[in-house]
Design a protein around this ligand. Structure first.
Ligand SMILES: Nc1ncnc2c1ncn2[C@@H]1O[C@H](COP(=O)(O)OP(=O)(O)OP(=O)(O)O)[C@@H](O)[C@H]1O
Length: 249
């Protein structure tokens, strides 16, 4: 089976900082992989390169064997890689349903008025279906500016599902969510994305979330992969405890 994601010898520097150092890994279909690492370890740089937001200095990245090369984020998304952001990227004055409708139509917010009423109706139904999966039906007609950070995050993830991605990357899906709500939020996310995305990479700082939801953990340190494997093994690894989790596990 060709892996969904294949990364080979990827390098990225910012001046003297090595943000990606000879990164290589394969992610097979159906795996749920957590990326961990201290601040500045290179997790977001990795996500940005895989989604076309940053170009590697060297190496290759392929989705189902197709090199993403120097494609734009939009073209990478067309190939089947979607992402959510640490800070949700939403149209703040539009409602939750309108934001999803923009993503569903694949055009800018200004172009929505060119579509026929029937098309607009179809988009609205699909938007409501997605919001319903996240338990957000009641938020559909509220502008993003009125919604709490945690709700915006869920809407951002719903936006990433519109293309039914081959690979879904989630950047800290539970950051900003209270300790009491983090498992419920993550359960909701996992349940909601399941019909559209089975191969998931999520960046996570919370080791309780990592050990509960990941099939595999990749630990980053100074742009390198320090450990990669079964969550229980990686979280017990002495180097991971020293450089990543601070001995918290
Ligand atoms: N656009 C940029 N310009 C300069 N340096 C950058 C840029 N993006 C990232 N870096 C540097 O590259 C290194 C890796 O950063 P990155 O954001 O990938 O880490 P991270 O593991 O995602 O951290 P965090 O957990 O804080 O999000 C850091 O030293 C960071 O300062």
């Amino acid at each position: 089976m060709i892996p969904v994601l294949s990364v080979r010898g990827v390098e990225k520097r910012f001046g003297a900082v090595v943000a990606a150092d000879a990164l290589s890994l394969d992610i097979p279909a159906g795996q749920r992989v957590s990326l961990i690492g201290a601040n500045g370890a290179g997790k977001t740089t990795f996500v940005n390169m895989v989604t076309g937001y940053l170009k590697p200095d060297a190496g290759s990245i392929a989705i189902e064997g197709m090199d993403i090369g120097r494609r734009s984020p939009r073209n990478v998304a067309r190939l089947g890689i979607s992402r959510s952001f640490q800070i949700p990227q939403l149209f703040i004055e539009l409602t939750a349903a309108e934001n999803l409708a923009v993503a569903i139509s694949g055009v800018g917010a200004h172009s929505l008025s060119f579509f026929s009423p029937a098309e607009a109706h179809g988009r609205h139904d699909k938007a409501l279906e997605l919001l319903g999966r996240f338990g957000l039906t009641e938020m559909a007609d509220r502008p993003i500016s009125e919604l709490a950070g945690g709700v915006r995050k869920l809407i951002d993830i719903a936006m990433a599902l519109v293309r039914r991605p081959k690979l879904l990357l989630l950047d800290e899906p539970t950051s900003g969510v209270s300790a009491e709500e983090k498992f419920a939020t993550m359960d909701r996310v996992i349940h909601a994305v399941a019909p559209d995305a089975s191969t998931i990479v999520f960046v996570e700082h919370d080791m309780e979330i990592v050990s509960r939801y990941a099939d595999r953990v990749v630990a980053f340190y100074q742009g390198r992969i320090l450990a990669d494997g079964d969550p229980q093994d990686v979280l017990k690894d002495p180097e991971v405890r020293r450089y990543v989790t601070g001995g918290s596990q």
